[in-house]
Design a protein around this ligand. Sequence first.
Ligand code: FES
Length: 106
Amino acid sequence: MVQVTYVSFDGKRSAVDVEPGYSMMEGAVRNSVAGIDADCGGNMYCATCRVSVEDEWRTKLDQQSDYELQLLDAVGETDPKVRLSCQIKVSDALNGIVLQMPEKQK
Ligand code: FES
C-alpha cells in the first residue's frame, strides 16, 4: 500500500493507504476524502479532480499527456503544479506523496 495525504484548502489532512495501480482520484473517492469531485469518473473530461503537487513529487510523476494539458488549459488552469488526479497512477515510488486540493473544483 502507498500512503497518500490529501490536504484540503483549509489545511485538513487525510492520510490514506491506496493500492498501487489505482489513480490518486480513486484513492480519494474510495476513502471518502472530500474535495475531489471526479464528475466524469476518471474519463478525463471534467477537470474536477484537480490537485496541486509540490516540486519534490512532481518530478516522480509520469509525464502529462497532451490531452491533460489541453483540458487544464480549457478550464483556465495555469498553475504548472496542478494535475488531474485521475491521471496520476499510484505507485510505490509515490509513497508519502502530499496532494493539495483546491477550495473548489471547477
Ligand atoms: S475525474 Fe474527470 S478529469 Fe479527472
